[in-house]
Design a protein around this ligand. Structure first.
Ligand code: SAM
Length: 332
C-alpha cells in the first residue's frame, strides 16, 4: 500500500526513526522500506511534521507492506513489563513482579537478549552506579551496546550507562562543528565523547571522569571505535579543568543532581562563545528558572554573561520531576 513517509539517506535512518517514534509520528503497522540509498519511514496520517528539520530528509510517498504479527511480549505475559535493553542485557525495572516468567519470555521473543537482570537499586552514589540481581540467561553485567554507529563496552555494575539518552546525545552532536574543542566533564564510558569524536574527526574531545572503572571502559571504547581525537582523563573534573583554561567551545555537564557544584569549574574552561550543555533534575513547577540562575551567577562571578539558547525536557524522572537540558552561550 502507498503511504506518506520520510525518505532519508540510510546512514541517518535510525536517527530519524527514533525522533519520529518519540513524536508519535511513526506508523508501526507497516514495515519500514528501503532501497540501495534511502530508507523510507512510514508516517501516521496526521503526523506532526512542523519540527522535522532533518538535513536531506524528504516527505514523499512510497509502497509499504503490512507487518506479519509475531507473538508479542505483552500477548504472552498478559501485561507489558518495564524494561530496557542494553547490548545483550535486558534490565527489568525494580517493582516488576514475576521476574522469572518475564525473563523467560524476554529470552524467547528477542534473540539479541542473552541475559536478564533486575535492578536492585536506583542510580546512586558519586559514580552513579546501580546494583542488579541476575534472573536468567548468561550471568554477567558486561555487554557491548550499539548506538548511532558506535559501540560501547560496559559493565553495568561498575559504571553508569543508559540507552535512554541516545537521542539527546545525537542532539548535542548536531550542534558541534568541525574543529571545535569539546569538554565532557562527566564522560562515563564515553557515549557523548565518542559519538562526537567519531562524527567530527577534526574536533578535540576531552573526556573526564572520576570513576576509574568508567575511565577503563572509556579507554577501551576509544580503541573499539578507533577514534584518535578523544583524550580520556581520570580525575575530579573540578581539578582537571585547570589544565584546559579557556579552550572549550562546548562543555557537556551530564551530572544531573550535582552539576551545580561544578559550574565554577566549567567557567574555568569557558570563553566567550562557549556553549554549555547543562543537565539537571528539576520539579515540574520550576523546570528551568532556578537552574538558569545558578548558571548565570557562576558566569557572572567569572566575569561572563550568558545568553540562554535552548531548554528542553530530556525525559521524565519521577512523577513530578524531569531530567532537563539547559543550553547557554557564554558572552562578555
Ligand atoms: N555522560 C555519561 C553518560 O551519558 O553515560 C555519564 C553520565 S553519569 C550521569 C555521571 C558521571 O559523572 C559518572 O560516570 C560519574 O563517575 C562521574 N562523576 C561524578 N563525580 C565526578 C567528578 N567530580 N569529576 C568527574 N566525573 C565525575
Amino acid at each position: 500500500m502507498k503511504k506518506q513517509c520520510v525518505q532519508v539517506d540510510k546512514k541517518k535512518g535510525e536517527q530519524v526513526r527514533k525522533v519520529l517514534m518519540e513524536k508519535g509520528s511513526l506508523d508501526t503497522t507497516v514495515r519500514i522500506a528501503s532501497d540501495e540509498q534511502y530508507i523510507y519511514i512510514p508516517l501516521i496520517s496526521d503526523a506532526d511534521l512542523t519540527e522535522l528539520l532533518f538535513e536531506d530528509a524528504l516527505v514523499t510517498e512510497h509502497e509499504f507492506m503490512l507487518h506479519e504479527k509475531p507473538a508479542t511480549l505483552e500477548h504472552m505475559l498478559g501485561y507489558m513489563p518495564r524494561y530496557e535493553v542494553i547490548g545483550s542485557i535486558a534490565l527489568l525495572e525494580s517493582g516488576e513482579t514475576d521476574l522469572e516468567r518475564a525473563a523467560d519470555m524476554l529470552l524467547q521473543v528477542n534473540p539479541h537478549i542473552r541475559t536478564v537482570l533486575a535492578a536492585l537499586s536506583p542510580v546512586e552514589g558519586e559514580f552513579r552506579t546501580r546494583r542488579f540481581t541476575f534472573i536468567n540467561g548468561e550471568n554477567t553485567t558486561q555487554t557491548v551496546h550499539r548506538e548511532y554507529g558506535c559501540r560501547y563496552a560496559i559493565d553495568m555494575e561498575k559504571a553508569y550507562f543508559t540507552p535512554r539518552l541516545a537521542t539527546e546525545r545525537s542532539r548535542i552532536l548536531e550542534q558541534v562543528k568541525d574543529g571545535e574543542v569539546v569538554i565532557d566533564m562527566f564522560a562515563g564510558v564515553g557515549p557523548f565523547s565518542i559519538l562526537i569524536a567519531k562524527n567530527r574527526p577534526s574536533c578535540r574531545v576531552i573526556a573526564i571522569d572520576k570513576n576509574p572503572e568508567a575511565v577503563k571502559f572509556l579507554r577501551h571504547n576509544i580503541a573499539l571505535n578507533a577514534v584518535g581525537n578523544v583524550e580520556a582523563i581520570e580525575g575530579d573534573a573540578k581539578e582537571v579543568v585547570r589544565n584546559y583554561a579557556g579552550i572549550a567551545d562546548h562543555i557537556i555537564m551530564n551530572l544531573p543532581h550535582t552539576a551545580q557544584e561544578f559550574l565554577e569549574a566549567a567557567m574555568v574552561v569557558a570563553k566567550p562563545g562557549t556553549v554549555i550543555h547543562y543537565y539537571d533534575i528539576t520539579p515540574e513547577d520550576d523546570l528551568y528558572p532556578t537552574s538558569l540562575s545558578h548558571i548565570e551567577i557562576a558566569a557572572s562571578r567569572a566575569g561572563f554573561d550568558i545568553d540562554p539558547i535552548a531548554t528542553r525536557i530530556v525525559r521524565s524522572y519521577s512523577p513530578h520531576q524531569f531530567n532537563v537540558c539547559i543550553e547557554v552561550r557564554i558572552t562578555g
